[in-house]
Design a protein around this ligand. Structure first.
Ligand code: CA
Length: 511
């Protein structure tokens, strides 16, 4: 449970702080039936198990229910409703009712979350073994059905239909948002998809390649090839080479694509004896594996990681290298190891004895295509979403070491190749120096919900998005980001901690 809490904490680190602006709306609605009477609402295949009138943090009615066999959901209905519905995503394999934006109740949103149809720790997937109903619920159906049923309960509670619907999530939650836009484009008018785990099977392959490089012997999961001293050395050398390219030495690499660090330039340990300020040949090979993509007979399955964030807290150590004490409690040295191996055992191959260490990727595409067909949110045709006038903001931290920003960029560029009008309905923001869903040296706080709402409801598309970084409630830094492929460029003279010192790049190759 602690792992789940850590993941949720990371996600809320960003999400909880991004929306201090009150959404003002003059068309607030008050409920027209008492909270407890929601139990009398008859919905096919839905059991409303509990209703509860709660006063804190704002007066609301909490509805708990079960859809179908075992999709648990919770819906919060504020006394003063702003006529909107917002659904929040979950993290990892979910496994408990999660709503990453439940705090939006304070702004008058009716808000819901689901456990995606199974219960258990967020890093394990034994629940999925030979259970197609659970797999499909997790993949996409639970979010869709929760959205549909929530809207109907809202309609009957307030005697008024939802005016606008939103989905907001990060990590698995980001993937849930993309999946909705692709599969159920009528569900949400606006989606905010943060650091999305949208290409699950390929991401699992990338996790497994890293596990093979760093834990080649499955009986020695307490002996990572890469050491924490390696990470310190690696980050130091990368920053020496690339930090100042953007004009500011601030531990933030504005454009990792412009960083041509050569991993082979790391100092080699004499006679391959492990030491702090050098790498052995095995360590070098493992480090290279993390930056390299995964390939099936020359075809890229998944890209590697950009440079950045290697030695940050919740950088490589916790996600990729280990030992991560939180993950160890579930029997895994790292978060990636847990997510990747559990996914392949239980969701892809239905084989609890499947061994990551002997797997090779030469038949990956043939053997994983079926699981990918329902698990992955990799469809590139957003035609119905676009036609409905819906909008999606995707954001991804450049220093995210859980999920590579390169994968998200690839998806965006693939969609753009099919539809050059992509920016009319999907905008991608890359956040320099930002880890998975938030944190890191770069600023990551902004009000994504207000941005998507303004785009959907007022037709004002986000362009210059101001990110901030705070400590002890003091704003330390603000910087802008622009829709990909535009970048934010330092003017060379202003205060680097003020967003006004940055301009939008006029070409896509600016450093
Ligand atoms: Ca810099």
């Amino acid at each position: 449970m602690k792992i789940i809490k850590v993941v949720i904490a990371l996600v809320t680190l960003l999400l909880c702080n991004i929306s201090l602006t009150q959404t003002t709306d003059q068309s607030e609605k008050i409920s027209c039936i008492p909270c407890e009477e929601i139990k009398n609402i008859r919905l096919p295949d839905v059991i409303i198990s509990q209703t509860e009138q709660i006063q804190e943090p704002t007066p609301h009615c909490k509805v708990s229910g079960i859809i179908g066999t075992e999709i648990n959901f919770e819906l919060l209905l504020p006394k003063n409703w702003n006529t909107r519905f917002i659904m929040g995503g979950g993290g990892g394999f979910v496994g408990a009712v999660q709503n990453q934006v439940s705090w939006t109740i304070n702004q008058g949103y009716a808000t819901a979350g689901t456990d995606t149809g199974h219960t258990g720790p967020g890093l394990t997937a034994a629940w999925a073994l030979n259970n197609m109903e659970r797999q499909v619920n997790f993949a996409h159906l639970a979010v869709h059905r929760t959205a549909v049923e929530s809207k109907e309960i809202i309609r009957q509670f307030y005697c008024s239909a939802v005016k606008y619907s939103y989905f907001v999530g990060c990590s698995q939650g980001g993937s849930q948002g993309m999946m909705e836009a692709q599969r159920y484009p009528e569900d949400f008018d606006g989606v905010v998809a943060g650091a999305p785990a949208f290409n699950k099977v390929a991401t699992g392959a990338e996790n497994i390649q890293n596990a093979q490089a760093i834990y080649p012997d499955p009986t020695k999961l307490d002996e990572p090839v890469i050491s924490s001293a390696n990470l310190e050395l690696l980050q130091t050398k990368i920053l020496e080479k690339c930090d100042a390219i953007d004009g500011i030495t601030d531990q933030i690499i504005n454009n990792p694509k412009a960083c041509n660090f050569n991993v082979d330039s790391l100092p080699l340990c004499p006679e391959n004896v492990v030491s702090d300020n050098c790498v052995t040949s095995n360590q070098l090979a493992a480090i290279k594996a993390v930056y390299a993509g995964v390939y099936d007979q020359g075809l890229e399955i998944h890209p590697g990681f950009p440079f950045g964030g290697e030695n940050e807290h919740w950088g490589w150590l916790e996600w990729i290298v280990g030992p991560n004490q939180e993950a160890m409690r579930s029997g895994f040295p790292t978060m990636q190891f847990g997510i990747g191996t559990e996914m392949f055992k239980y969701l892809v191959f239905q084989d609890p004895d499947w061994d990551y260490s002997s797997y090779d990727f030469s038949d990956f595409t043939n053997t994983t295509g079926y699981a990918s067909s329902y698990l992955d949110a990799t469809a590139t045709n957003y035609g119905a979403f676009k036609k409905s006038g819906n909008k999606m903001i995707i954001y991804h931290g450049w220093s995210d070491n859980a999920l590579s920003a390169f994968a998200t960029i690839n998806h965006y560029e693939t969609v753009e190749k099919e539809d050059e009008e992509i920016r009319d309905y999907i905008r991608l923001y890359l956040l320099p120096g930002v880890l998975h869903c938030g944190g890191g040296p770069g600023p990551s706080r902004t009000d994504w919900i207000e941005l998507i709402r303004n785009w959907v409801e007022n037709g004002i598309a986000p362009d210059r998005v101001i990110l901030s970084k705070s400590a002890d409630e003091q704003i330390l830094m603000t910087r802008p980001v622009f829709p990909y492929p535009n970048k934010s460029v330092y003017d060379g003279k202003g205060d680097p901690d003020k967003e006004s010192s940055f301009n939008k790049s006029t070409t896509t190759n600016n450093k």
